[in-house]
Design a protein around this ligand. Structure first.
Ligand code: NAD
Ligand code: MLT
Length: 312
């Protein structure tokens, strides 16, 4: 029996090898950015592999008459309509572990860049402007880092930030006292984390409950001068509320890897000197891409061959 697997976002070559070499798998790879005929292509495929770019909507899934499994090479499955997939008996697997380290390292890079205004100073120097006065930063030592969402990445960030001698306070509705103690972090309510932190970093999934979790009211509860990092998902921070909080000087810095609408060619937050940003690069390392690609393609093969999958 032969199975048709469609890949619509760039996947590391190492993840393609087991699929390409499998005698019972026919592989089609397209660049979804350039191709608009996903509804047509999905019609006769048994498995679909995506990263975050392909939007697997209800509308798309209505055309998927043979689809059995969707593999997400990464963590967030917010680009896949899970209800629509479940209604059709299509299972969704992700690769939750392969990019944890890379996303945590990227968060630390953003935190340190923010504290020392490195991107802004670099940009000035590239413009041949030797300016030391405008780029005075703050130390991380003895500052409080609020971690919202202490899962895989949040915990790795907390561990690293302790190495910078920061105090950590975390909010996570599923956090146990045991885990907090093991990580050496303080437990807080969301309001306590907002009120006590000098820096806040977000590591929750994008869910109905976390959509605009950081909104105007949340900014009002924060310390004046707070700096905020989002390397999780656009949409968890209300971008208009963040803009206003920066204009009013409540927030003095924001580091964003993710945005409500990606990709974009213009964003008004990026006009503000207090905002530094990367284009969703948290998981963009050779190591992470290799691991998530291998994990997801192995699970797709296992499922199609009737074996037990690892990450349902
Ligand atoms: P995870 O599931 O291990 O951790 C998420 C944590 O958030 C869990 O501990 C959960 O209990 C907690 N949580 C859920 N609802 C919450 C709420 N309302 N308030 C506070 N905490 C809540 O996930 P992870 O692997 O650590 O990934 C975290 C986020 O990072 C996800 O949004 C993921 O998509 C994103 N991510 C982004 C990149 C990137 O390239 N920027 C890379 C990897 C992951
Ligand atoms: C993820 O959720 O895994 C990240 O956003 C990285 C990606 O989109 O591949």
């Amino acid at each position: 029996m032969s199975f048709h697997v469609l890949i619509t976002d760039p996947l590391h070559e190492e993840g393609l090898v087991p699929l390409k070499n499998h005698p019972d798998i026919k592989l089609t790879i397209i660049n979804q950015r350039r191709s608009s005929n996903l509804k047509e292509l999905i019609r006769d495929v048994d498995a679909l592999i995506v990263r975050s770019q392909t939007q697997v909507t209800r509308d798309v899934l209505e055309h998927a008459t043979r689809l059995k499994i969707i593999g997400r090479a990464g963590v967030g499955v917010d680009n896949i309509d899970l209800d629509a997939a479940t209604e059709r008996g299509i299972i969704v697997v992700n690769a939750p572990n392969g990019n944890t380290n890379s996303a945590a390292e990227h968060t630390m890079a953003l935190l340190m860049s923010l504290a020392r205004k490195i991107p802004q100073a670099y940009q000035a120097l590239k413009n041949m402007d030797w300016d030391r006065k405008n780029y005075v930063g703050v130390e991380l030592r003895n500052k409080t880092l609020g971690v919202i969402g202490l899962g895989r990445i949040g915990a790795e960030v907390a561990y690293r930030a302790k190495g910078q001698r920061m105090e950590i306070i975390a909010y996570d509705p599923f956090l146990t006292q045991e885990k907090a103690e093991k990580l050496g972090v303080n437990f807080g309510t969301l309001d306590e984390v907002l009120a006590l932190s000098d820096f806040i970093t977000i590591h929750t999934p994008l869910l109905n409950e976390t959509k605009h979790l950081i909104n105007t009211k949340a900014f009002q509860k924060m310390k004046k001068g707070v700096q905020i990092i989002n390397c999780a998902r656009g949409g968890i921070i209300d971008e208009e509320a963040l803009y206003q909080a920066i204009i009013s000087k409540k927030v003095t810095g924001a580091a964003l890897d993710v945005f409500e609408n990606e990709p974009f060619h213009h964003h008004k937050l990026l006009e503000l000197p207090e905002v530094i940003a990367t284009p969703h690069l948290g998981a963009s390392t050779i190591e992470a891409q290799e691991m998530v690609a291998i994990d997801v393609s192995q699970d797709i093969i296992r499922y199609l061959m009737g074996e037990q999958i690892k990450n349902p």
